[in-house]
Write a protein that binds this ligand. Structure first.
Ligand code: UD1
Ligand code: UDP
Length: 385
């Protein structure tokens, strides 16, 4: 191998939530398949069922599973449990590298535990920044802190690299790779295109959707929007369905109880004549979710991953946040930051439904976040260290 030592490098990939799993699954498999590495996966299971859905579709079998999710868990609470659990795993496996992804509490605390154990940390999806400590919360601070702890920084874009260099990170430790979410999206898209039976199965599963209507796909889960902003968003979705009989929404509702409560109180309690066009469903596996992204007219979301996926699929994306660490699609005009205010969400959605020229201007396919080769690059970079 490239280190010349003849010894396989031990790499531990750790992740805990749905988006980290989507973005790390294929990378962990590529490392496991490579002869230069002894690679294993540790899941904190900060999410349980939403994580397991991803492990199943990518056929990832973690060697370590901290299984630490609790109902309505608090940040300090998971911080403490991840730190303790990761320390035990790091002492047992003694990796040369711990790879963390993104900005969750799993990523931050696993990196911290690795630092305490003097294990080198590689940060996948490094350098995303809004510059606002509380937005998104706690993710902006989580990723900044991982940036301080990491020895290897793998930003998806040149912009993210610049953000790291501006913080004084040594350029020699920074390698632009593209975002691994694009690798995952292309992998699942191909599976959908190639597998006629799977497509048919999905058509059956979503036969409650009316092909003559315009489908709006909704997701939302940001902690900084809990409470009134979430209620405003839910009220806006009811307003949209009320205002346009051709509109239909499908909303896989995140399992966080702070999301479930307003959705149940407002959307599930919408007037009977509107309920038939408001489809509230459980979080779905990645394959059907990609199917819905392809099938919908446009997307309303606060999700980081969905913002990165929508432009590849040429779907206009209304982002229910006040700022974003993924400004590339906003600059290109295919995503729009619309905040969480009820009237604004309604106005922007109706404009996409009513104004064909505006719709077309937002539905160009492009991908500023990656080219589907990020995993190969990361494997090569790790092999060269
Ligand atoms: C977490 C991440 C966030 C990421 C998001 C992706 C932190 C602090 N937050 O937010 O950065 O964008 O995941 O979705 O790292 N739950 C279940 N089953 C599941 C998943 C969640 O029941 O499979 C419920 C539990 O009650 C859990 C709660 O959701 O306590 C919150 O989960 P948590 O991971 O703490 O926060 P998220 O809001 O999901
Ligand atoms: N996703 C999914 N099923 C769903 C909703 C989302 O597979 O029901 C995928 C989506 O395609 C994206 C990721 O989950 O890749 C985003 O996860 P989430 O919005 O929970 O987290 P974020 O990206 O905001 O951290």
């Amino acid at each position: 191998m490239s280190s010349g030592s003849g010894k396989k490098r031990r790499v531990l990939c750790v992740f805990g939530t749905r988006p980290e799993a989507i973005k790390m699954a294929l990378l962990s498999k590529a490392l496991r398949a490579h002869p230069d590495f002894e690679a294993e996966v540790c899941v904190t299971a900060q999410h349980r069922s939403m994580l397991d859905q991803v492990l199943a579709i990518f056929d990832v079998k973690p060697r370590f599973d901290l299984d630490l999710m609790k109902e309505n868990q608090g940040l300090s609470d998971i911080t403490a449990r991840i730190a303790t659990g990761m320390t035990t795993v790091l002492r047992e496996f003694r990796p040369d590298w711990l790879l963390v992804q993104g900005d969750t509490t799993t990523a931050f605390v696993a990196a911290l535990a690795a630092f305490y154990e003097k294990v080198s940390v590689g940060h996948v999806e490094a350098g995303l920044r809004t510059g606002f400590k509380y937005s998104p919360w706690p993710e902006e601070m989580n990723r900044q802190l991982v940036g301080r702890l990491a020895d290897l920084h793998l930003p998806p874009t040149e912009r993210a690299k610049k953000a790291l260099l501006a913080e004084g990170i040594a350029e020699s430790s920074v390698h632009v790779t593209g975002n691994t979410v694009v690798d995952a999206l292309l992998w699942v898209s191909k599976k959908l295109d190639d597998d006629h039976a799977a497509r048919q199965e999905l058509e059956g599963r979503f036969s409650f959707l009316d092909p003559k209507r315009r489908l709006i796909l909704i997701t939302g889960h940001r902690r900084e929007s809990f409470g009134k902003p979430f209620e405003d968003m839910c009220n806006a979705f009811v307003d949209i369905v009320r205002a346009r009989p051709e509109a239909e929404i499908v909303y896989p509702v995140h399992l966080n109880p702070n999301v479930q409560a307003p959705v149940k109180a407002i959307l599930a309690a919408a007037p009977e004549e509107l309920r038939g066009r408001i489809h509230l469903i459980d979080p779905i596996e990645y394959l059907p979710f990609v199917y819905l992204m392809k099938r919908c007219h446009f997307i309303v979301t606060d999700s980081g991953g969905v913002q990165e996926e929508a432009p590849s699929l040429a779907k206009p994306c209304l982002v229910t946040r006040n700022d974003t660490e993924r400004p590339e699609a906003v600059e290109a005009g295919t995503a729009k930051l619309i905040g969480t205010q009820r009237e604004r969400i309604v106005t922007e959605s109706l404009r996409l439904l009513d104004d064909e020229a505006h719709y077309r201007s937002m539905s160009r396919a492009h991908n500023p976040y990656g080219d589907g080769k990020a995993n190969d690059r990361i494997v090569r970079i790790l092999g060269s260290l």
